[in-house]
Design a protein around this ligand. Structure first.
Ligand code: GDP
Length: 364
């Protein structure tokens, strides 16, 4: 599955947020229980109202949402790249995630110590980014040395790696994260294989005080500005409120949200933002037994999309009967879509679109 790492300085609200995420009713949906893989790894259901609408039309007995994995990566402090705090272990954990949700303290609370003694989320973001950039520089140096022998031996791939490592190094030495390097389509595979920390997409999570959960506050506004300048995403959330919401029974939740002037839990926005950040899209399979959502990377072709369900579907792929979500709703289901000529037969080169309702035909 796809993984989003939660990072941030100590005491910014990472654990509070992670606990809320993994305790929420959506995560514990009866037929898809939240599962704790390790204490700091949790799978959450991706909220998607389209699934319920499809199930209602098709009379599906149950709905199965798709999931996203969050990893609580504690232990980042200034100096982590030099082995301070949990240092190296922390960096190794980040290497394994597909995207980074960076929690920033935007709430004032004199009882809760800030490691730097002041609330300044933009400076905090820079502190962490600097550690990640230093860690990248160090691993680049190490890898460049490791390539010397292979390049001498005429290894072409090693030479390509060296070229890209040097491009990343140049950016980092100018104080820019590696994600600012423009990479051609041909280089994309090797570039991704370098697994640099500062190439991972970032979502800033502004943890605001309870009173600012709707509109945000002055600090979160500064973060929003910074995120926009970097082309990064941001969400405003109050971890403390989310923790309360997560503990409420379903029927009390709506009222609690209304009282706070909120339309939905901030966590739903966070999960969706994480999903978008990862470049993920959803397709559906719908039948009398269940309506189910599946996750693929945007751009995935039909056979590989089928492979998410089962390897046999991919190996024996013949075609995918496809109805777009809007057509499925407008035609009141698959039969109606067929009659209206909205059911398409798509082949191996079909790029699955977000919201497609698919039925795979395959050889066994
Ligand atoms: P972590 O070190 O980043 O995992 O931070 P924690 O989640 O353990 O939070 C540190 C402290 O800040 C705890 O005492 C939390 O209860 C408190 N805290 C977290 N979020 C909020 C918030 O939105 N408002 C307030 N006032 N306190 C919070």
């Amino acid at each position: 599955g796809f993984k989003c790492g939660i990072v941030g300085l100590p005491n910014v609200g990472k654990s509070t947020l992670f606990n809320a995420l993994t305790r929420t009713a959506a995560a514990q949906a009866a037929n898809f229980p939240f599962c704790t893989i390790e204490p700091n790894v949790g799978e959450v259901a991706v909220p998607d109202e389209r699934l319920d609408r499809l199930a209602a039309i098709a009379g599906s007995k149950q709905t199965i949402p798709t999931r996203l994995t969050f990893v609580d990566i504690a232990g980042l402090v200034k100096g982590a790249s030099k082995g301070e705090g949990l240092g190296n272990q922390f960096l190794a954990n980040i290497r394994e995630v597909d995207a980074i949700a960076h929690v920033l303290r935007c709430f004032e609370d004199d009882d809760i110590t800030h490691v730097e003694g002041r609330v300044d989320p933009v400076a905090d973001a820079e502190t962490i980014e600097t550690e990640l950039m230093l860690a990248d520089l160090e691993s680049i140096e190490r890898r460049l040395q490791g390539l010397v022998r292979r390049i001498k031996g005429g290894d072409k791939e090693a030479r390509e790696q060296e070229r890209l490592l040097l491009a990343a190094k140049a950016a980092l030495e100018e104080g820019r994260p590696a994600r600012t390097v423009e990479v051609s389509a041909e280089d994309a595979r090797i570039w991704a294989g370098l697994q640099l920390l500062t190439t991972k997409p970032v979502l800033y999570v502004c943890n605001v005080d309870e009173g600012s959960a709707g509109e945000g506050n002055a600090q979160s506004a500064r973060v929003a500005e910074m995120a926009a300048a970097q082309g990064a995403g941001h969400v405003v959330i109050s971890a403390a409120i989310e923790e309360e919401i997560a503990q409420l029974p379903d029927d009390e939740r709506a009222e609690f949200l209304t009282d706070l002037g909120l339309e939905e839990p901030g966590l739903d926005r966070l999960i969706r933002a994480g999903y978008e950040l990862l470049g993920l899209v959803t397709y559906f399979t719908v039948g009398p037994k269940e309506a189910r959502a599946w996750t693929i990377r945007d751009g995935t072709l039909a056979p590989q999309a089928a492979g998410v369900i089962h390897g046999d579907f991919e190996r024996g792929f013949i075609r995918a009967e496809t109805v777009a979500f809007d057509d499925f709703i407008a035609c009141n289901g698959e039969a109606g879509a067929r009659d209206a000529g909205k059911l398409r037969a798509e082949g191996k080169s079909y790029r699955v679109a977000d919201g497609d309702v698919l039925h795979f035909l395959f050889n066994t």
